[in-house]
Ligand binder design. Structure first.
Ligand code: PDD
Length: 283
């Protein structure tokens, strides 16, 4: 059953409520994480929570009060829902107060967690690949923080959807940064490339896992941004994310990428990523 936790209370998701003066509603003053469960195990929970804690330090958000700790709470919600393959959403906001840009001192943060069955992307999409479009990265400059301020991401992802595409690749100063809810990899002149960690991208947990398996496979790789010109002649292209996993992009802005089919490096990484997930969530 889909469950929600809001500041100490667990209910079915449709009965959960928040205060209208929560700062996340008024200012998007909060952070979030999306974590995937496979076979009853949360995949790479540690790196997701590390990233959230780095965001809390950067935005001066206090640790939420959870008697047994945040990890234990997340595991409890997953367990109680009874759904082994799920999507866990964690949102931490600065809390509730009369609207004012400068928050009052000593705010109590709001912790919201939801857990429901994952809605996986159809297998055929992974096999055949997806379409993507490109757009200027119109987001703010602190894209390394996973804040709930996603209105630009939502607008651009919707643009992609209306164009019949799965994702929208973003570019700043002529360089591809990432996509609206995934990181971007390309194979250019035989080398696997992705933007380096910086304030321009969210440092994805899936991105890190894919770089790990690429290293294990001995693939030539560089964390170096690529230009729009380079991506237009890439041999292979794919996006990565917690729910996206490793998704080949075979058409970009209406033109085929490589031969218009998922390439051999993408396929090896798709497989190796699934093996990694299986090995870490088995038993
Ligand atoms: N999004 N870049 C952006 C802008 C993202 O929003 C995400 C994830 C990623 C990939 O990060 P990870 O591999 O840690 O999921 C990159 C989540 C899934 C979302 O907003 O639903």
């Amino acid at each position: 059953m889909p469950l929600a936790y809001v500041n100490g209370t667990i209910t079915p998701i449709e009965r959960a409520t928040v205060n209208v003066e929560d700062r996340c509603l008024q200012f998007a003053d909060g952070l979030y994480e999306v974590i995937r469960a496979y076979g009853g195990r949360l995949f790479r929970l540690g790196p997701h929570l590390d990233r959230m804690r780095q965001g809390m330090a950067a935005l001066d958000l206090p640790e939420p009060r959870t008697p047994a700790g945040l990890e234990a709470l997340l595991e409890e919600l997953r367990e109680r829902s009874g759904e082994p393959d799920g999507q866990l959403y964690v949102q931490l906001t600065r809390g509730t107060a009369p609207r004012s840009h400068v928050p009052p001192p000593d705010m109590e943060p709001t912790l919201i967690v939801t857990y429901r069955a994952a809605a996986p992307v159809p297998e055929e999409r992974y096999r055949e690949g997806a379409r993507a479009i490109t757009h200027a990265d119109v987001r703010w400059q602190w894209c390394h923080l996973k804040t709930t301020a996603l209105v630009a991401n939502v607008a651009l992802r919707t643009l992609a959807h209306r164009a019949g595409a799965y994702e929208c690749l973003l570019h700043r100063d002529g360089l591809v940064t990432e996509a609206t809810s995934s990181n971007v990899f390309a194979v250019i002149d035989g080398v696997l490339r992705t933007s380096p960690r910086s304030e321009r991208i969210l440092s994805g947990v899936t991105r890190a896992a894919v770089l790990e398996v690429a290293e294990r496979l001995g693939l030539p790789r560089r964390e170096e941004a690529f230009s729009l010109e380079e991506v237009s002649r890439a041999e292979e292209l794919f996006v990565t994310g917690t729910m996206t996993e490793v998704m080949p992009v075979v058409v970009l802005d209406g033109r085929p990428v490589g031969d218009g089919r998922p390439g051999p490096i993408t396929r090896r990484l798709q497989e190796a990523y699934r093996d990694l997930v299986r090995s870490e969530t088995a038993g």
